[in-house]
Design a protein around this ligand. Sequence first.
Ligand SMILES: CC(C)(COP(=O)(O)OP(=O)(O)OC[C@H]1O[C@@H](n2cnc3c(N)ncnc32)[C@H](O)[C@@H]1OP(=O)(O)O)[C@@H](O)C(=O)NCCC(=O)NCCS
Length: 187
Amino acid sequence: MATPIRAGRRIDASMPSVSDETSPRRVADSRVVLVQQMAPADANVLGSVHGGTIMKLVDTAAGLAASKHVRGPVVTVAMDEMSFLEPVLIDDVVTVKAAVNDVGRTSLEVGARVDAENYVTGRKVHVSSAYLVFVALDTAGRPRPVPPILAESEEERQRQREARLRREARLSRKRAIEEARRPGGDS
Ligand SMILES: CC(C)(COP(=O)(O)OP(=O)(O)OC[C@H]1O[C@@H](n2cnc3c(N)ncnc32)[C@H](O)[C@@H]1OP(=O)(O)O)[C@@H](O)C(=O)NCCC(=O)NCCS
């Protein structure tokens, strides 16, 4: 039987189920720590780790935190600029910590921090930090409302305030670009 496509998105038997739970959830309830040692297959032509490998780990950890918060599937809708402060080397143990900063109606922002450690040399470096936006999907693949977030500590409340500023900036940039794309939009 053909796989159904709803709202432009392919839905199949592997589509995860969605919880109806809408009660507020704590930041701690969905926090994720992903740890992986870098192998030769992760190398770029210079012999250090490919930036895309780190970006995929960030998307994976942050997406899992988002899925835990919404108790269902999410898709990545945006990733803010990501700078690499230090190279990651083969054999380094990379740790990605991800936590939900704030939620909108159907979207949520997750912050991720990447650190690398070499347990032989003792080198420990902060590699990168990034903010990602995910949208929760229902079983038909459409955006669905997400549960509220409970920011309990002052640090979590500060992250929530900053996430709201970034959300405003992202959406106003999106609106400005859409406006400029309309016929006669940049005149
Ligand atoms: C995510 C997606 C369903 C949103 O569709 P849409 O038509 O923009 O839907 P909406 O306008 O209802 O927006 C849904 C949410 O996304 C947010 N959003 C949309 N575009 C955004 C952007 N560029 N940056 C940040 N948030 C954005 C909206 O603010 C809204 O959040 P809110 O309900 O909390 O306010 C659609 O863009 C999509 O399917 N993108 C592809 C996602 C994907 O496949 N990712 C994996 C890439 S391989």
